[in-house]
Design a protein around this ligand. Structure first.
Ligand code: SAH
Length: 629
C-alpha cells in the first residue's frame, strides 16, 4: 500500500501520539519515538528511539525519506522542517497529525511530494479529517505540476509557479496538447478554467495571440523554448518518441548519445518525450547502447530481422539487408516499437552520425506512438465497496480507492463512493449490462500502466467484477504478475442484510443467485432443491429483474417441499443505503411483488425463529447439545 512512498517516517513524542501512529497500516513505515518512551521501542520491530536530538534525526532521515508524518504540534513541525526545505519538486511529503487523531494536515509538499494524498490515506485509516489547503484540492482538480504523473509524462521547462498561480485564481489557462492521452481532459470538474485549443491542428503564432488565456500549458513531444516575457507557460512531455538506433559494433556511448541529441534537436523534439530505444536483437549487448539506456532510464526494445524486414520505410538499404537480413534497422525498429500496442509512425527518417576522431557510425530515426509509454507495470485493485454506506467499506479498500488513477464500475456504485474519491481521478461509470466491457476496459488501462480500481458493490468476488476481470486476464495469457492484482474484500449483501435483521445466517448457509443470464436455470433449480433438502439457510441474490419474474416463485415452491410455511423470511432491499427497506414475512406468505433487483432474500432453516422484529437462527440445532461458540 502507499507505493508512492517507498519510505515513510513518523514521529511521536507522547504515548497518545504513538497510539495513533500504531493504528496506521503501512509496511514501509518506521516510527521514531522520544527516548522517554524508549521502553516501548522493544514492543514492535518498526519502533525506534530518535535519540537525543529529534532535529538531527530528521536531518539524517530527510534525503532518503519520501514522506514524514509528524504526530506533533504543527508549530513544532514547522520549526523542525523549515531549515531542510529546498524545493517543492524534491521535498518529501510532510503531514501533521494531532494527538487525538482527529485531523491530518497536508503541511508541505502537497502536490509533488504527495502530502495531500498521504494526508487523505492517513485520514481514511484513522477516521480523521484530512485538511488540504492547496487551491487545487479546493477546486476539486489535480495540480498542474502532477497532471501527467499517471501517464508517465516528463515535466519540461517553464514557469510552473506562474501557471499554478493562474489556475489557483481560476483565470483561464490555455491547453495545447498534440501528444499523449487526453483522458485527463474528460475527467475535469464541471467548473474549470482550462481552454482547450486546436485539437490536432498545428498552432500558429496568430492563434496564440488571439487567445485571452492568462497562462499556457503545452502537452507535446516538441521542445519549446520560452522567453520570460508574456504569460507564464509550461510544458509536459508525454513519452511518445521511440528512437530507432542502428550502429556499428563498438560505437561509444558518447557517439550514440550525440547522435540521439543531434537528431532530436533537428526535429525540435524534447528529450523528455523519449519513450525508449528500439533496435535489432543483434545489438542487445551493445555496451554503449546499454549504458546510455541505463543512465537515462530508457527501455531498450529489440526486434529480430524477421520482425523488421517487411516494415515499409523511406530509406531501405541493400547493404544493410546483406549484413543483417533486414533493409532497415533504425527506421523499422522505431516504427515497430511505436506501433505496439497501438499505432505509430515515423517522424524523423534515418540520420547517419559520425564523430571526428571516434570509431563507428550511428543511424537514428524517430517514430511517434499514439499512446505514451508510462514506464509503470500497471495494477488492478478489485474492490468490494460493501452494501452502500461509506462506513461499511474497509479502510484498506478506501486506501486503494484513493491511490487509484482510474476507477471503473457501475454508475450507481460509483455514486455511492463519490465522497471518498480524489480530485483528478479518471472515473468511468459504465452501464449495469456492460460487465464484460468494464473488465476489458480496466485491463486495457492497467496494461498501459495505470493503477485501476474496479469496484463492485458488496464483495467483488461474490457475483462481482473480480471474477470477470480475473477470467479475462487468464484468457489473455496473463503471467500472474503484470499487471499486479489485489483483491479487497467487502461486506456482501447477505452479511449486511443479516446484520439488519438479527442473526439469521448463524449456522450453515448458502447463497444462490436466481439470475439465469450466465447460469442455465436447470443448474439453479438443482442447487435450490439441494439447499432445501439439506436445510441450509438460503440467501437469494438477483431474485428478480424487470424481465425475470417467475424464478422467485419457483424457488419458494422448491423450498416449501422441505420447509414449513411459517419458516421466517427477510426481504432486505438496498441495505445500508438511504432507501433501505426491510420486510419480514414467512416462506408461505412470501410475495414476489415485494421483491425487486435491489433485494436480497434470506430464508431461515428449520430452527430459525422470529422474535419481535428479529430473526434468530440458533447456533446449534435445538436438542443436539451445546456447540462451542
Ligand atoms: N457483489 C454483490 C452482489 C452483486 S449481485 C455483493 O457481494 O453483495 C446483485 C444482487 O446482490 C442484487 O440483485 C441483490 O440481490 C444483492 N444486493 C446487492 N447489494 C444489495 C443491497 N445493498 N441490499 C440488498 N441487496 C443487495
Amino acid at each position: 500500500m502507499l507505493d508512492t512512498f517507498p519510505t515513510l517516517a513518523a514521529i511521536a513524542t507522547t504515548p497518545a501520539a504513538l497510539r495513533q501512529l500504531q493504528q496506521l497500516n503501512q509496511d514501509n513505515l518506521t516510527i521514531w519515538i522520544s527516548p522517554k518512551l524508549s521502553a516501548l521501542a522493544e514492543t514492535a520491530p518498526n519502533l525506534h528511539s530518535y535519540g537525543d536530538s529529534l532535529k538531527d534525526k530528521i536531518a539524517e532521515l530527510w534525503p532518503s525519506t519520501s514522506g514524514f508524518i509528524f504526530a506533533l504540534a504543527s508549530g513544532a513541525t514547522i520549526r523542525l522542517v523549515a531549515p531542510l526545505l529546498q524545493d517543492k519538486a524534491t521535498d518529501p511529503a510532510i503531514a501533521v497529525l494531532d494527538e487525538g487523531g482527529e485531523f491530518v494536515i497536508s503541511l508541505c509538499g502537497g502536490h509533488q511530494g504527495g502530502a495531500d494524498r498521504l494526508a487523505q490515506v492517513i485520514a481514511t485509516q484513522l477516521g480523521a479529517q484530512a485538511i488540504l489547503t492547496g487551491a487545487a484540492s479546493a477546486q476539486q482538480r489535480t495540480g498542474i505540476d502532477i497532471l501527467g504523473r499517471p501517464f508517465g509524462w516528463r515535466k519540461g521547462s517553464g514557469d510552473w509557479l506562474g501557471v499554478s498561480a493562474t489556475l489557483a485564481r481560476q483565470d483561464s489557462v490555455q491547453v495545447l496538447q498534440d501528444a499523449g492521452s487526453d483522458l485527463w481532459q474528460q475527467h475535469l470538474p464541471a467548473r474549470h478554467s482550462f481552454q482547450f485549443g486546436f485539437g490536432d491542428e498545428a498552432v500558429t503564432p496568430s492563434d496564440e495571440a488571439a487567445s485571452t488565456a492568462q497562462a499556457r500549458v503545452w502537452v507535446s513531444a516538441t521542445q519549446r523554448s520560452f522567453s520570460d516575457e508574456g504569460i507564464p507557460k509550461v510544458q509536459w512531455h508525454p513519452r511518445v518518441l521511440w528512437i530507432g538506433v542502428g550502429c556499428e559494433r563498438g560505437s561509444s556511448r558518447e557517439l550514440i548519445e550525440t547522435a540521439v541529441t543531434q537528431t532530436l534537436a533537428k526535429g525540435h523534439w524534447a528529450e523528455g518525450a523519449i519513450a525508449g530505444i528500439a533496435t535489432l536483437d543483434l545489438k542487445s549487448d551493445e555496451v554503449g547502447l546499454l549504458e546510455l539506456c541505463q543512465d537515462k532510464g530508457w527501455p531498450l526494445r529489440c526486434f529480430t530481422a524477421d520482425e523488421l524486414k517487411d516494415i515499409e520505410v523511406p530509406t531501405p538499404s541493400k547493404i544493410v539487408t546483406k549484413e543483417v537480413g533486414t533493409p532497415s534497422v533504425a527506421e523499422a525498429a522505431a516504427i515497430a516499437a511505436a506501433s505496439d500496442p497501438t499505432n505509430g509512425s515515423l517522424v524523423t527518417s534515418k540520420q547517419i552520425i559520425r564523430l571526428e576522431g571516434q570509431p563507428g557510425a550511428v543511424t537514428v530515426a524517430i517514430a511517434q506512438a499514439d499512446q505514451e509509454y508510462t514506464d509503470r507495470p500497471g495494477h488492478l485493485s478489485l474492490i468490494g465497496t460493501g452494501p452502500g454506506a461509506l462506513d461499511q467499506i474497509t479502510p484498506a479498500a478506501k486506501t486503494a480507492l484513493i491511490e487509484a488513477d482510474a476507477i471503473i464500475g457501475y454508475g450507481l456504485y460509483i455514486d455511492l463512493i463519490r465522497p471518498i474519491l480524489r480530485p483528478g481521478q479518471i472515473v468511468e461509470p459504465m452501464p449495469i449490462t456492460k460487465e464484460r466491457a468494464r473488465a476489458e476496459r480496466a485491463i486495457v488501462l492497467a496494461n498501459w500502466g495505470l493503477n485501476v480500481a474496479v469496484i463492485s458493490s458488496g464483495d467483488s468476488g461474490i457475483y462481482g467484477m473480480a471474477g470477470l476481470v480475473m477470467e479475462s486476464l487468464s484468457q489473455a495469457g496473463w503471467n500472474g504478475k503484470t499487471p499486479s492484482v489485489q483483491v479487497f474484500p467487502g461486506i456482501t449483501a447477505l452479511q449486511a442484510a443479516a446484520a439488519r435483521v438479527g442473526t439469521p445466517l448463524m449456522h450453515d448457509f448458502c447463497a444462490i443467485s436466481l439470475s439465469d443470464l450466465l447460469t442455465p436455470w436447470e443448474v439453479i433449480e438443482k442447487r435450490l432443491k439441494a439447499a432445501a433438502a439439506a436445510d441450509f439457510v438460503v440467501a437469494l441474490y438477483n431474485p428478480k429483474s424487470k424481465t425475470r419474474l417467475t424464478q422467485l416463485g419457483s424457488a419458494r415452491k422448491f423450498l416449501l417441499e422441505h420447509r414449513k410455511g411459517e419458516t421466517p423470511v427477510a426481504l432486505v432491499r438496498s441495505v445500508y443505503r438511504e432507501d433501505e427497506q426491510i420486510k419480514l414475512t414467512t416462506l408461505g406468505e412470501l410475495n414476489p411483488d415485494d421483491v425487486d433487483m435491489l433485494t436480497v432474500v434470506l430464508i431461515g432453516n428449520a430452527s430459525t425463529l422470529r422474535h419481535g422484529n428479529w430473526l434468530i437462527t440458533p447456533r446449534g440445532y435445538l436438542g443436539f447439545g451445546n456447540e462451542q461458540v
